[in-house]
Ligand binder design. Structure first.
Ligand code: ZN
Length: 261
């Protein structure tokens, strides 16, 4: 049976949105989920403000998922993978303008360097990543900095020892750099396995985001949080569609929800 629009809008779930780069880009055919045009980004944030969305930080998301607080209507969270330098110039001013919290996942071994993993695709520009000073600037602006491992590897393909090292070392490095606890993790490439989740818990992370598509629900495993990817091609209609309508979880997410590692 069709649910009324009002009920769909008020549903008890959080759309955790996944962004990568925000900036000025020539139109591209491939890797579109890695780019968001800066004007579209500004439009998307104005959309959230205009329609009364509640933008939660990841501590609030965690409390909702654990059932410690109720999920407000129209709840979203904003995450930015990899720690691109263009976050500072193109995303941060818009977020500050609206007073929206967000989380940036930094690759601790590449701070102040480049996203070398782009070099695997010939002809694709290799973007700059934020420096330590820039990470401190965004932290001072209320942005949460989380870990995206030391070297941006596919964790599920690494040995358990390497996984532990990547998770513990990146957490310690970023905590030294920022002077505060790093509680939130994002699995590069969305690559993780049951032993990754165990290693994340043992390393002291409280939340971890994936590339499993879907909204986050109360009772979700906090170290297997689903997200919705925002892409270069997402007009406001596409954005609305992803926020409100596109909530069918990927089968793999349902597996994790059932298995609860
Ligand atoms: Zn990444």
């Amino acid at each position: 049976m069709e649910r009324p629009l009002g009920q769909i809008l008020m549903a008890n779930r959080i759309s955790i949105l996944m962004y990568h780069q925000v900036g000025k880009f020539a139109p591209m055919r491939e890797h579109r989920a890695n780019y968001c045009d800066h004007r579209r980004f500004a439009g998307q944030m104005a959309f959230l403000k205009g329609f009364g969305y509640r933008v939660l930080d990841l501590d609030q998301v965690l409390a909702c998922v654990r059932g410690e607080r109720s999920i407000p209507p129209r709840a979203v969270a904003l995450t930015f993978d990899d720690g691109y330098a263009n976050f500072v110039s193109h995303a941060l001013p818009v977020l500050r303008h609206h007073g929206f919290p967000a989380t940036v996942y930094a690759v601790s071994g590449r701070v102040g360097g480049q996203a070398q993993w782009f070099a695997q695709d010939s002809g694709r520009p290799v973007p700059e990543l934020m420096s330590a000073a820039q990470l401190r600037v965004i932290q001072a602006s209320g942005i949460t900095v989380g870990s995206h491992t030391v070297s941006h590897l596919k964790l599920a393909e690494a040995t358990p020892e390497r996984q532990h090292r990547e998770l513990i070392d990146s957490k310690a490095c970023l905590e030294d750099l920022l002077g505060e606890e790093v509680k939130h993790l994002c699995y590069p490439y969305g690559s993780f396995a049951p032993d990754t989740v165990r290693a994340a818990a043992a390393s002291g992370y409280l939340s971890a985001t994936t590339c499993l598509r879907g909204p986050a629900l109360p009772g979700d495993h906090p170290l297997v949080l689903p997200r919705k990817a925002i892409s270069f091609g997402d007009s406001l209609i596409g954005y609305f569609w992803k926020l409100v309508v596109k909530n069918k979880p990927k089968p793999q997410l349902l597996e994790w929800r059932r298995a609860s590692p």
